[in-house]
Design a protein around this ligand. Structure first.
Ligand code: BTN
Length: 325
């Protein structure tokens, strides 16, 4: 009940940005006592919100905390389902592992797990994912699509499109996508996506889409070996970005694209993915478990498989690889 009031209180401020709202009015709208309002205002202050109080006018929020706490994400979140349930932790090994446990225990579709720091962040191809504290977005999203298992790679591509659009919406930067789902800015990786599946032979129980976005990392935040290939929105733009705003935009784009996909299939998503792809039409080297292939990246199939034409005109289907452009 207490948390419910806090959410409603934050919503009341979000509905009238920059306006002062009196304690009396808040108590009336939220149907509680003025003491309850005052108590919640004090709690918000303890959590890092800066609230201004002016006699005869009331309260207004001047600054929201720098952490990415659930209230900050909820404030201004326009989705219906995605991100409506938020599991937040300061430090975790991997948000993927927590999301898997929650999904197994029956968490609703659209539940997200978000952490300030991951000590064992996981990347594709058994790599680790560097996730320093307060600097990035380390998030896993639980989906429960009713689609054949073989179509799940399509949702990874869909997530990449949602991330590009969300980042563009929030920051004005438009990253390119390198197959299958690396986001690049000025040729350097600023984001990666890892999708994991809980399924039996004929049914998907849940799909956990993990996304890591390097938002405010500085060069010194990276280990030496990543400095040539990885970057962040901060490094590329010289500006610090609000992580909660980026999360909100990505969740909104994801929700729109996900319902487009469930209604109309993969084709419209494929067109969008191709419009952001930086590797298509270029000469690339694909390193797979079965060796390396060099050739022209021709496009993707309806299942999201990369088509690579070698110098003899033979087209290879690439399911999993590292791509060098
Ligand atoms: C890649 O290798 O490019 C994929 C990186 C995915 C990282 C994200 S961060 C949130 C989620 N939790 C993890 O442990 N990994 C994913």
């Amino acid at each position: 009940m207490g948390n419910d009031l806090r959410t409603k209180l934050l919503q009341a401020f979000a509905d009238r940005p920059n306006e002062y709202i009196s304690g009396q009015e808040l108590a009336e709208v939220l149907r509680c006592s003025r003491t309850a309002i005052w108590k919640h205002i004090e709690e918000l202050r303890k959590d890092g919100f800066v609230l201004e109080a002016v006699r005869k006018k009331g309260y207004r929020i001047v600054e929201v905390p720098h952490k990415i706490i659930p209230d900050e994400i909820r404030l201004g979140l326009e989705t219906k389902q995605l991100g409506r349930s938020i599991h937040y932790e300061e430090t975790v090994d991997s948000t993927q592992r927590i999301a898997q446990r929650l999904a197994y225990d029956g968490a609703a579709e659209g539940t997200i797990v978000i952490a300030e720091e991951q000590l064992g962040g996981r990347g594709r191809l058994e790599r680790s994912w560097h996730s320093p504290k307060y600097k990035g977005i380390w998030m896993s999203i639980i989906l429960r699509p009713r689609i054949p298992i073989m179509q799940t790679p399509q949702l990874t591509l869909l997530m990449a499109v949602a991330a590009v659009k969300g980042i563009e919406q929030a920051t004005g930067c438009e990253p390119g996508i390198k197959w299958p789902n690396d986001l690049l800015l000025n040729g350097k990786k600023i984001s990666g996506i890892l999708t994991e599946l809980q399924a039996d032979s004929d049914r998907i129980h849940s799909l956990i889409i993990g996304i890591g976005i390097n938002v405010n990392l500085e060069l010194e935040d990276y280990p030496e070996e990543l400095r040539n290939t990885a970057s962040s929105l901060f490094i590329e733009t010289g500006k610090e970005w609000d992580r909660a705003t980026i999360v909100q935009s990505i969740l909104l784009e994801l929700e729109k694209l996900y319902s487009l996909y469930l209604e109309n299939g993969f084709y419209p998503i494929k067109l969008l993915w191709e419009s952001y792809a930086v590797s298509i039409g270029k000469r690339v080297k694909a390193t797979t478990l079965n060796g390396s292939f060099t050739g022209i990246a021709k496009g993707i199939t309806d299942e999201g498989v990369l088509l690579l034409e070698d110098d003899n005109g033979k087209v290879h289907h690439i399911y999993s690889a590292d791509i060098l452009i």
